[in-house]
Write a protein that binds this ligand. Structure first.
Ligand code: CMC
Length: 432
């Protein structure tokens, strides 16, 4: 195979190196193109642009493959342990028992937030969206941890990562309790990562929430399936902000904002609203699908389609199995699961979706699972953020340590006015 590409412009040839990843993916390296030719490349939405080399997560969108540090995500299904996977992503290999114990202890010891941070929650209106509170409070952590402004050695990095992964649960639970007017519940050092989060969400001062094993495993697996997804919108945001050497907390707070949008993590809320609209009789599944195909409607079949997956989203496959497992162990069957199945059936036999390679994505079944656990809809994207955090941290670290790292600063093709003179139109109101 050739290891250079040749670009011919105006009769002039430019030779560009081809680089290859460990799974055989190839890229034309255009780093020197502008210096050589004055040309830039244009790719709105970055659908064809590699922004970095990364050793964290591998996706093959054509074959529906997702691997964390080489391990297929399906292999986490039997004994899901989110903390173990968080370590894997951030440090490159599965933790041994000593590393796991040390990190778990650190998570337990750092779960509480500074008492004065609680006053910040009081400053938000009861109607504040939890994602806004989450982002603001993660950013606020920078104020409480000046010692983690720069993470130059592994121990300091581990300390910052543990605090972020641990406290995000506390912040998320407190955001929920703020909007529901409930008293804040301190973390319980006797509980593991997921049961402790659910305890802070659902316990009352007079009644302890008890987490059953099926719920613990379901939420562990759901967080694992969201833990990283290479250069998606929020991760690219974290890298973009981090490229200016902004601290880890600020970079991850920006990631939360990017995740919030309905085309990204916010889709899990929209999926539930869509299923609910069908359930309450506003529309039949057939009518909804018809509307989603109508370009003038601006409606999309939420939880369907993906920039990278063009056969199926392997996370959705695992989540569908999990939804069936979780709900089959209960007496109350969720009608929304049946509606989701029906929508999937209609869409997958419709040429509109088949021809465009639109399949259920991670958000399609996650809402049904979160609902079964008792998580309210406005917290769905917050749960996605808790899951994605180890991925953001891993990607931030990889960039921070990369010898190739430069500030992210895309170029543009300017399409505005040519040079023009200043002729004020303010008249006598001109003084500023
Ligand atoms: N319903 C109806 N039509 C769709 C959908 C959908 N869910 N998704 C894509 N299309 C159509 C789109 O209208 C376009 O049609 P045409 O070629 O005729 O103009 C074609 O499929 C390609 O779509 P695109 O918007 O160019 O694709 P993209 O790669 O830019 O967008 C996406 C990917 C995920 C934003 C999009 O599929 C979508 O909006 N899906 C619904 C929202 C959603 O479920 N988002 C969660 C994504 S997975 C988790 C995450 O990343 O956070």
């Amino acid at each position: 195979m050739t290891d250079t590409a040749t670009l011919t412009v105006d009769g002039q040839e430019y030779s560009l190196p081809i680089i290859e990843g460990t799974e055989g993916e190839r890229a034309v390296d255009i780093r020197a193109l502008r210096a050589q030719s004055g040309l830039i490349t244009l790719d709105p939405g970055y659908g064809n642009t590699g922004s970095c080399e990364s050793a964290i997560t591998y996706i093959d969108g054509e074959r529906g493959i997702l691997r964390y540090r080489g391990i297929p995500i399906e292999q986490f299904e039997n004994q899901p342990n989110f903390v173990e996977v968080a370590w894997l992503l951030m440090f490159g290999s599965l933790p041994d028992a000593a590393e796991y114990d040390r990190f778990s202890t650190l998570l337990t010891d750092t779960a509480n937030i500074d008492e004065s941070m609680k006053h910040h929650f009081q400053g938000f209106p009861r109607t504040a969206p939890p994602m806004a509170m989450l982002s603001a409070m993660i950013n606020a952590l920078s104020c409480f941890h000046p010692e983690f402004q720069e993470l130059d050695d592994l121990k300091t990095f581990e300390g910052a990562a543990a605090r972020l992964i641990s406290k995000v649960r506390t912040i998320a639970a407190y955001a929920y309790r703020r909007t529901h007017g409930m008293p804040y519940i301190y973390p319980d050092p006797e509980l593991r990562y997921v049961p402790n989060f659910l305890h802070m969400m659902f316990s009352q001062p007079y009644r302890q929430y008890v987490c059953d094993d099926a719920v613990r495993d379901a939420l562990n697996l759901l967080l694992i399936l969201h833990a990283d997804h290479e250069q998606n919108c929020s991760t690219s945001t974290v890298r973009m902000v981090g490229s200016s050497r902004a601290n880890l907390f600020a970079s991850c707070a920006a990631g939360v904002c990017a995740l919030w949008g309905p085309l990204h993590g916010g889709a899990n809320v929209k999926v539930l609203q869509m299923l609910d609209a069908i359930h309450t009789g506003k529309m039949t599944p057939e009518e909804y699908v018809k509307l989603a195909k109508d370009k003038s409607s601006k409606v999309r079949l939420m939880g369907f389609g993906h920039r990278v997956y063009k056969s199926f989203d392997p996370r959705a496959v695992v989540l569908q199995r999990m939804a069936e497992r979780l709900l089959s162990g209960r007496n109350d069957r969720d009608p929304l699961l049946d509606i989701a199945r029906r929508l999937e059936e209609i869409a997958l036999s419709d040429s509109y979706f088949v021809d465009r390679n639109l399949y259920p994505n991670v958000d399609f079944y996650s809402g049904v699972i979160l609902r079964a656990i008792g998580i309210p809809v406005d917290m769905f994207t917050v749960i996605f953020a808790i899951g994605r955090l180890p991925g953001w941290i891993a990607q931030w670290r990889e960039q921070n340590e990369s010898p190739d790292a430069r500030i992210s600063r895309p170029r543009q093709i300017y399409t505005g006015n040519r040079e023009t003179g200043y002729r004020s139109r303010l008249g006598s109101a001109k003084a500023g």
